[in-house]
Ligand binder design. Structure first.
Ligand SMILES: [Zn+2]
Length: 341
């Protein structure tokens, strides 16, 4: 029987503080009937964490940050056993059900795991049993962790929102934690734009057709380069304007209903003319997370070796260093935290 301590190391978001506060004796709460206690195996650090720490959401709550995780079950609430959740097994955590408002029964995005409620930047975490998805054999914890947000969100954006089809040309902005997976989910004619040379190189290694910096992309756009779909993991005015340009010239594939999918959560205002939207027929979508089926698919693609995750590990106590590295665009792929030997 695993010894479960009463307190643990946890990294809390505290309003007004752009660094996480490390608490060495954060209480591990008693479980409600439908909850499960997991020993954190790996927790990804996401750009949304940087956004939450910036205070832009005006949230006044304090809680343990971290919404991308997997863990080993160590204790079950009294009602959970009949739902086939097993002690000692590794599970990935679904953030919600893909609905940001929670109207399908899952939690609303801003009242979910690691976003408003205690999350995974801790030695242990608690979730309701219905958010757990078993990790297939052969998928290491660092990869299973990033499946739960980077994997789900990128997969959902490519497959369900952008509805990328065989033969489509797709332009992806931002080859980070999500973008490097989206390149592989989109598969076909994938073009990428990132200001970081190492990120462009990674995208090419993962199957991108061409990789541009901003100057190269602008040169291509001026020469008439068009795509059917853009997926934007940055969502700045710069990327939005370039995306509109790549889609508006799309008179050759007019019937394909050009789609612009925003995934990056950026507080910057986007500027466009209603005329350009109305005249071009570009459809604009915003999306975060995804349904359980997307997490199952993301884990399965990792298990089969069809999609490769670029991950590196750091210790939980160094979480603020990782946040700083993410703010400075120093991370290639995704960095995950580990808490135990
Ligand atoms: Zn995230």
């Amino acid at each position: 029987m695993t010894h479960i301590p009463k307190t643990m190391l946890a990294a809390r978001i505290v309003p007004g503080n752009e660094r996480l506060v490390l608490d060495k004796a954060y209480p591990i709460h008693e479980l409600k009937d439908n909850e499960v206690l997991l020993k954190m195996a790996a927790a990804g650090v996401c750009h949304s964490d940087v956004t939450l720490l910036s205070g832009v959401t005006l949230d006044t709550r304090t809680y343990v940050l971290g919404h991308e995780a997997c863990g080993v079950v160590v204790k079950l609430g009294s009602d959970v056993e009949k739902h086939h959740i097993h002690i000692g097994k590794l599970y990935s955590v679904l953030i919600g059900d893909g609905c940001t408002h929670g109207i399908n029964g899952g939690p609303a995005l801003f009242n979910s795991f690691g976003i408003g409620n205690d999350g995974a930047f801790a030695e242990y975490f608690i979730v309701t049993f219905d958010l757990l998805v078993p990790v297939p054999a052969g998928v290491p914890p660092a990869v299973a962790a990033i499946a739960s947000d980077a994997g789900v969100t990128a997969y959902n954006a490519v497959q369900d929102v952008a509805q990328v089809k065989q033969g489509d040309k797709v332009l992806i902005f931002g080859i980070g934690g999500l973008g490097h997976l989206a390149v592989q989910y989109a598969k076909h004619f994938v073009y990428v734009c990132d200001f970081k040379p190492a990120a462009r190189q990674l995208a090419l290694e993962l199957g991108a057709t061409e990789a541009f910096d901003w100057i190269q992309l602008n040169t291509k756009l001026t020469a008439g380069f068009t795509v059917d779909t853009t997926i934007d993991f940055i969502s700045t005015n710069q990327s939005f304007t370039a995306a509109m340009s790549a889609l508006q010239h799309n008179d050759v594939h007019f019937v394909s209903k050009p789609r612009l999918v925003l995934v990056g959560a950026n507080p910057e205002n986007l500027v466009f003319s209603s005329l350009s939207i109305v005249a071009s027929g570009v459809q604009i979508f915003g999306r975060s997370c995804g349904p359980r089926s997307a997490l199952v698919a993301a884990l399965d693609l990792f298990a089969k070796g069809i999609v490769r995750a670029h991950v590196s590990e750091e210790r939980l106590e160094n979480v603020n260093d990782v946040i700083d590295q993410l703010r400075s665009s120093e991370i290639l792929g995704r960095k995950v935290l580990v808490a135990h030997e």
